[in-house]
Write a protein that binds this ligand. Structure first.
Ligand SMILES: *[C@@H]1O[C@H](CO)[C@@H](O)[C@H](O)[C@H]1NC(C)=O
Length: 215
């Protein structure tokens, strides 16, 4: 390879890394200063000399989430908002509880890959590959099984047991973001015109009106 090619490859690789992960920290940590009005990509840093162990800690992940809702699941997040020490570190986690036959409905995380393990119960999980294939990859997981949802792809979990199920997942962002497909499409505020959605989904406008009324 010529020098020019090598430099180009290294540059391409660096950009690929930047695109896939959060920027490498330039200091040991940057505990989020939630009182700061400074807007940066993340949160401003607390004075490192005033940082305490509590800034790196979160309690309560042993507590089951309340799954009495329309979808029958509850996500308890531990993102930088809940654990300020995660700011700039590119990692976070959640606990997910599922009522019997409950689901964590189809959604995507625009900024994170997710790796999930089942602590209790059994879950059907799945994701769909991007266009044009839209291949559906799915599997039933048992306690102790691990599954990865690649960054940005639409995915879900459904409790396929008669008891409660619990999972823990790690995400490759301090603030992964979540776009729940049904809510984003049919519950946009202000609404997306129903004629746009009727044509996009190839259904009658009345079907869209009904869906929009629900979200
Ligand atoms: C769980 O959520 C439901 C619906 O919001 C509510 O009625 C119920 O009181 C909650 N249960 C507990 C234990 O908080």
């Amino acid at each position: 390879m010529s020098n020019k090619l090598i430099i180009l490859s290294v540059l391409a690789l660096s950009f690929a890394c930047l695109a896939l992960a959060e920027p490498t920290p330039l200091q040991d940590f940057c505990v989020a200063d939630t009182s700061s009005s400074v807007k940066v990509n993340g949160a401003a840093c607390k004075n490192p000399m005033q940082v305490q162990a509590e800034d790196f800690s979160f309690s309560g992940l042993h507590i089951m989430g309340n799954t009495s809702n329309a979808v029958g699941s509850k996500v308890t997040p531990v993102f930088a908002t809940q654990l300020p020490g995660l700011n700039t570190l590119g990692i976070s986690m959640v606990r997910i509880d599922y009522a019997p036959w409950g689901q964590n409905p189809p959604h995507t995380h625009p900024r994170a890959t997710e790796i999930l393990t089942v602590l209790e119960g059994s879950l059907q999980v799945g994701f769909v590959t991007s266009n044009p294939d839209n291949r559906f990859i799915t599997k039933v997981l048992q306690k102790g099984d691990v599954f990865v949802f690649p960054v940005g792809l639409v995915h879900f979990q459904r409790n396929v047991g008669n008891g409660y199920a619990t999972a823990i997942a790690a995400l490759s962002s301090q603030n992964p973001g979540a776009i729940t497909i049904a809510n984003a499409v049919f519950g946009a505020n202000p609404p997306i015109s129903s004629d746009i959605l009727a044509r996009a989904f190839q259904v009658d406008k009345s079907v869209v009106d009904e869906l929009q009324a629900k979200f």
